[in-house]
Design a protein around this ligand. Sequence first.
Ligand SMILES: [Zn+2]
Length: 281
Amino acid sequence: MPEVEITARRLTTAVEGKEVESALATGVATLKTFDPPLDALEGGTFKGVRRIGKMLAIDFDAGTELTMLVHLMSAGRLQVAEKRASTKDKRSRLRIRIAGEGELRLREFGTRQSAWAKLMPTGGVASDEMVATLGPDAFPPPPLEQFAELIDQPRHLHPLLRDQRTIAGIGRSWVDEILWRACLSPFKKGSEIDDDEVKELHDALPLLGNVVKHYESVIGETVPDKLPMPLQVHRREGEPCPRCGTKIEAVFFAEHQTNYCPKEQTGGRVLKDRRLSRLLK
Ligand SMILES: [Zn+2]
C-alpha cells in the first residue's frame, strides 16, 4: 500500500490538468477491456490518480468521465517520463502520451506480464469485481471492533492479512513488518488469537501510514524504480532482530517469503523452511 499511495500522490502532481494526446497499449495482454476503446482518452484531461487498495485509478475527463484502473502486481511501475520511450522499450506495457511532451507509462520489470489495466466509465469503478470485493482499507485502519470481526477466520495470519477481500492494502513485505511489530506468528490463525493479540495487531497497522510519511520526506518529484523501503525484518533473514537481537528466520514459499523473529513471534521455535523440505523429499 505505501508504495502505491506515494505513486498516486506523485503522479497526481505530475499529470493533473494535462491533456492526453494519445494512448497506446504495447503489452500483449495488459489492457483487459476494449470498450470504451483507448482512443476515447484522446483530447481528454487528466484529473488525477488515486489509490484503491493496492490498485491505482487514473481519472480522466474525456467528454465523459473515464477511469483507468491499474494493478501493478509485483513488478509493474507507473511513471511519468519527460521523454517518450522508444517503441522498442520492451518494458513498456501501456503509454499515455501527454500533449506537448512526455508520457505516463506502465512498465514492468521481469519477464512475466502480470500487471493489468482496465478502462471504464468512472461510475463503473465501484462495481468492478476487483474493487467491489475489497475489504475495508488498512490505511487509515478500520476501528478495532470491525478489525476483530474481519480477522476472526480460521486462516493463518500471513495470508489472511494479505487477502484484499479481508482488509485492503497489505502486501507481502508489510505483512511481515506488521506481524513482527505485534509479536505474532505468521502461522497463528486469525480465529485463535485473543483480544489482547487482536489489539496488538490493530496497533501495528498505523506503521503503514508512517511508511507513507517516510516516503513523503525522502522521495522527490518522481518515484524511483526501487523504493527506499524502511523494512526491519522482511528479507532480513540471518540479521539480528532490531528489537531483541535474535537471528531473523525465514520461511520460503514458491513466490514469496515470510520473515520473523523466533524469540518474539513463535515462542522460540524455528519454523520449517518449506523450500528446504521440498528439496529434501
Ligand atoms: Zn526479536
